[in-house]
Design a protein around this ligand. Structure first.
Ligand SMILES: Cc1cc2nc3c(=O)[nH]c(=O)nc-3n(C[C@H](O)[C@H](O)[C@H](O)COP(=O)(O)OP(=O)(O)OC[C@H]3O[C@@H](n4cnc5c(N)ncnc54)[C@H](O)[C@@H]3O)c2cc1C
Length: 235
C-alpha cells in the first residue's frame, strides 16, 4: 500500500443498484481531493483475513467533500459482507485517494476506449464525466460494458443520457445471457469489431483478472502496445 493517512468518513447514503451491488456515499471528516480514476482504501480493522484493508474505486465525480464507491458483494469474502451490513450514519476508516489509473498525463486529446464488466465501470463513470464536464474533451470516447443481464448494466440510464447529450460519447452495453434488442454476447467481440483497423486510441480496462487478461491479449493481437493499454486490476 502507498503511504496514506486514514480518516473517518460517515456513510451518508446507501443505494442498492441490483441484487449484489450497492453504492455508498461517504462524507470524509476533512476534504479528500482526488483525480478521476483513483481509489480509496478502507481499513476494516478486524477482518478475518491477513489484510484488513480493501480498495474501492471512486465511482462518481463529486466535490472533495463526498466520496462515492460502488461495491459488489462477495458472499464468502471477508470485507464485503461486513460493508453490506453497514447502515447510514455508520463510520468507516478511509485513506486518501490513490493510484495512477488516471486520465493521460500530460493530457492528450487522443480517442479513449473504456472496457469493463461489473463494478469495473466505477472509475470509468468518474473519468467519463470528468472528460465531458471538466475537460471539455471533444474527441471520441467509447464505453464497452459487458454484463450477463440488464440488471448488471450499472448506471445504464445515466450513460444513455450522457451519450444522447454528448455526440462524442458512445455507450456500448452488451449482454451475454439475456436476449434484448441491442448488442449480444461477450464484450470482446464488440470492441474487437470497432477497433479491428487499429485506429489511434488509448484503452482503459478495469476489473477482474480473467477479463482483464483476455482484453489485453486481444488488444495486443490488434497491434496496440503496452503504452496504449492502461489497466486497473481488482483481484
Ligand atoms: C485498486 C482496486 C480497486 C478496487 N475497486 C473496487 C470497486 O470499485 N468495487 C468493488 O466491488 N471491488 C473493488 N475492488 C476489489 C476489492 O478491493 C475487494 O477485493 C473485494 O471487495 C472483495 O473483498 P472481500 O474481502 O469481500 O473478499 P475476499 O475474497 O475475502 O478478499 C479478497 C481480497 O483480499 C485481498 N488480498 C487477498 N490476498 C492478498 C494478497 N496476497 N495481497 C494483497 N491483497 C490480498 C485483495 O484485496 C483480494 O482481492 C478493487 C480492488 C483494487 C485492488
Amino acid at each position: 500500500m502507498e503511504s496514506s493517512s486514514f480518516l473517518k468518513a460517515e456513510i451518508i447514503s446507501i443505494t442498492r443498484l441490483n441484487e449484489h451491488v450497492k453504492l455508498f456515499l461517504l462524507k470524509p471528516s476533512e476534504p479528500l481531493p482526488y483525480l478521476s480514476g483513483q481509489f480509496i482504501i478502507i481499513d476494516f480493522e478486524n477482518l478475518n483475513h491477513i489484510y484488513n484493508t480493501r480498495s474501492y474505486s471512486i465511482s462518481d465525480l463529486r466535490s472533495d467533500q463526498l466520496i462515492e464507491i460502488c461495491v459488489v458483494l462477495k458472499p464468502d469474502g471477508a470485507a464485503t459482507p461486513q460493508l453490506f451490513s453497514k447502515k447510514e450514519g455508520d463510520f468507516l476508516k478511509i485513506s486518501n485517494a490513490q493510484g495512477r489509473f488516471i486520465l493521460p498525463e500530460p493530457f492528450t486529446e487522443n480517442p479513449i476506449c473504456f472496457i469493463c464488466t461489473g463494478t469495473g465501470v466505477a472509475p470509468f463513470r468518474t473519468m467519463i464525466k470528468d472528460l465531458l464536464f471538466n475537460k471539455n474533451f471533444k474527441n471520441k470516447i467509447d464505453l464497452f460494458f459487458g454484463g450477463r443481464n440488464q440488471t448488471d448494466l450499472l448506471f445504464k440510464d445515466e450513460f444513455e443520457t450522457l451519450s444522447q447529450t454528448y455526440p462524442n460519447f458512445q455507450y456500448y452495453p452488451c449482454l451475454s445471457r439475456e436476449k434484448w434488442d441491442h448488442l449480444q454476447g461477450y464484450v470482446h467481440e464488440h470492441y474487437l469489431t470497432h477497433y479491428k483497423h487499429k485506429p489511434e486510441a488509448i484503452f482503459y480496462i478495469c476489473g477482474w483478472s480473467k477479463m482483464l487478461k483476455e482484453t489485453r491479449d486481444h488488444l495486443k493481437e490488434l497491434g496496440y502496445t503496452r503504452k496504449e493499454i492502461k489497466i486497473e486490476l481488482y483481484d
